[in-house]
Structure formats: structure tokens, C-alpha cells
Design a protein around this ligand. Sequence first.
Ligand code: UD1
Ligand code: UDP
Length: 370
Amino acid sequence: MVIYGTRPEAIKVAPVVKALEAAPNLTPIVVVTAQHREMLDQVNAVFDIVPDVDLNLMAHGQTLNSIAGSVITKIDTVLEEHRPDAVVVQGDTTTVMGAAIAAFNREIPVVHLEAGLRSGDINSPFPEEANRKIVSQIARVHLAPTMVSRRNLLADGVADEDIHVIGNTVIDALHWAVARPVEFNVPELQKLTHDERKVLLVTTHRRENLGDNMVSIGKAMRQLAVTYPDLLIVWPAHKNPKVRASIGPHIGDLDNVLSIEPVEYGEFSHLINASDIVLTDSGGIQEEAPSLGKPVLVLRENTERPEAVDAGTVKLIGTAAERIVSEVSALLDDSKTYRDMANAVNPYGDGHSAGRSVAILRQLVSPSQG
Ligand code: UD1
Ligand code: UDP
């Protein structure tokens, strides 16, 4: 049983669901909590995945405990009914933590995809660092993306034989998406590939950035748009109303800021490709953009994804408006600074992680077939 609830989980489990569907003698049961609604449905539609069970949990104004409570209770009922041989969860959201606890309490083995990421600060990202540590304590199998994540798991006391380094399935999804021709739904994006202007792609949503930090990001976007009239800033706004309320007022009147709805995943991968610089607090985009050779400025103080920082393609810059403006300006004004960062690096995988996951799952649920 594959359980997920939000956009980034959906993108990263999709290659595994597809590989399970194609695998003889394994039957995936796809369960969505729908902690996200529209942003989850967008991904399922792109990958042509129709969930077997949809708990439809999202509520505007949901709290961490309201989501966690309903995930544990409702997933428990689904587990009772379907009695899966194993449960697969991906990443560090509240859905992941709740589903893993529900399965553990029913003595169903938990397989954790993208295991072992650590920022080292329990409050950042909040509550994801805690969620992934909790799942590491109760998972039976840990599918780590890199050797760094493997070492983190070993340091947490996870047994060596329970850890498999398989890469990150985000790269499987990305390879699939960039190879697929798409037409942008948003008319302004259709012109992008012929547009002479530099493009700055911005996404934000982290809970610890809500409030003052998000306002500061909005102010920096405004200053950049005014200082560089030839720059096009593209902002696919997260559906969270708190994100929109903090940033929207600062950029609403500017012609060179394109504020749009979340972009369908297939289009989004092409949008990264068409951009020059990425400014984000997203986890997944820190993995995708380096693979496409795009400099990424991360709106956070730390990261659980140090690999591309070490490679020089990702830089942590925090959320102070002056710093954001100076870092983006340096990339726009100085071609050497830009070239030094714009290296395609692939520390997160080779695009074959889903196949490895399925081989390990098969070994877990029917060792004689392994
Ligand atoms: C959650 C995850 C975070 C992940 C992020 C990906 C937790 C604790 N956080 O963020 O790890 O990086 O998703 O985007 O699990 N909304 C909609 N439609 C949607 C999605 C969201 O309207 O399709 C609105 C709703 O009002 C919802 C709000 O956004 O209440 C926040 O959604 P939520 O899942 O609670 O977001 P985060 O916890 O910030
Ligand atoms: N993404 C998308 N459309 C958008 C913005 C992001 O499909 O408009 C994808 C992006 O390619 C990445 C994922 O969503 O794979 C990241 O999701 P998000 O930033 O919401 O969550 P995080 O990765 O931080 O958990």
C-alpha cells in the first residue's frame, strides 16, 4: 500500500506506483489522504494515477494536529480493511508521519522512501525534521537517496542491513517530465522560450517562513522587479492563503512579475528549464533545478540536502530582503558568478530509483521471489 497526501510526495511516489503497476505478482493499493487537494490532483492527473482510496482530508485552516489526528484514525480503518503486506511512505509530511505510526501500530512493515535527510535542527524545517526522525525510528526498510542520508541513519542507530541507497525517485519523475513535450497552459509562459528577458522563478511555502520572512521575500521580489525592468519574475503561488497574503500585496501592480496558479508538474519541469535563476524554499526544487543546471538560491538558513550546496549549484541565503536582492543581483550582473553556479549536478540519482525500490519491496513481501 502506497500512502501519500501532498504534491511533493505525489511526484516522488509516482514512479514507484508506475513500477509497481508493471511488476508481476505485486498489487499496489494507492491511498491518498489528500492533505492537499488541487495540488495533489494535478500530480495524479499528470501521471495518470487513480487512487484506490481517497480520504479527502484537506480543510482550509487545518492544523498540524488536526491533520495528524485524522490521518492516523482514517488510515487505521483503511489498513484494517485492506490488510496490506507493507506500507510505503515518502518524505516528511504530516501524512507520512501519521500513516507510518498507524501502520507500525498494526505491525505492518513500513518502507520509508527518501529516508535519512537531516538538517540537524529539530525546528527547521518545522515540523518535517521531527517527522522524518520519527519515521526513521519505526520504519522496517529505509530507502536512502545518498550516502549522506545513509550516514545520518546510521548515526541515528538504524541497522546497516535495513538501509538501501537507491537515489531519489524525484530524478525518475523529472527525467520522465522533461522528456515529454508540453504546451504551457498559461499564455504568458507560452512565449517564454522565445523571450529575451532573464527569468527568475520563485516558489515559497515553508511554515517557518510564514509571517515576517514571507513579507521580506515579497519586498525583495518587488525591489528586484523595479531595479531590473528587463527581468521577468515568475511566481507560481502555493495554494496556502497565508503565503499569498504575505507576498501578493508587494507584487500585484508590477508588469514584470507573473503571479500564477501552481503549475502542472510536467509544465513546471519545463518552466525550470526556461528559467535562469531559481529562488525557493522548496525541498524538491533543490533537487530538480541542480539536475537541470540552474543556480538555486535557497530561502532558508539550513538544508537537509547538502549535496548540491557542496557541488556549488545551490546556495543558502536566508530570507532577509537585502540579502535576497544582493544574491540575485550578483547572478544577474556578473556572468562569471552565474557560470560558476550554473553547473548540472546529479547527486540525487540516475533516474532508476523506482526500479530499485520495487526490487527491495519484492524481497520484503515475498522473499522467495527475490
Ligand atoms: C505541506 C507539508 C510540507 C510540504 C508542503 C508541500 C506538513 C507539515 N507540511 O505544507 O512538508 O513541503 O506541504 O507543498 O505536512 N491548500 C489548498 N490546496 C492545496 C494545497 C494546500 O487550498 O492543494 C491550502 C489549504 O488551505 C491548506 C493550506 O494550503 O490548509 C496549507 O496546506 P498544508 O498541507 O497544511 O501545508 P504545509 O503544512 O505548509
Ligand atoms: N512543483 C510543481 N508546480 C509548481 C511548483 C512546484 O509541480 O507550481 C513541483 C516541483 O517540481 C517539486 C515539487 O512541486 O517537485 C515541490 O513541492 P513543494 O515545493 O510544494 O514541496 P517540498 O518539496 O518543499 O516539500
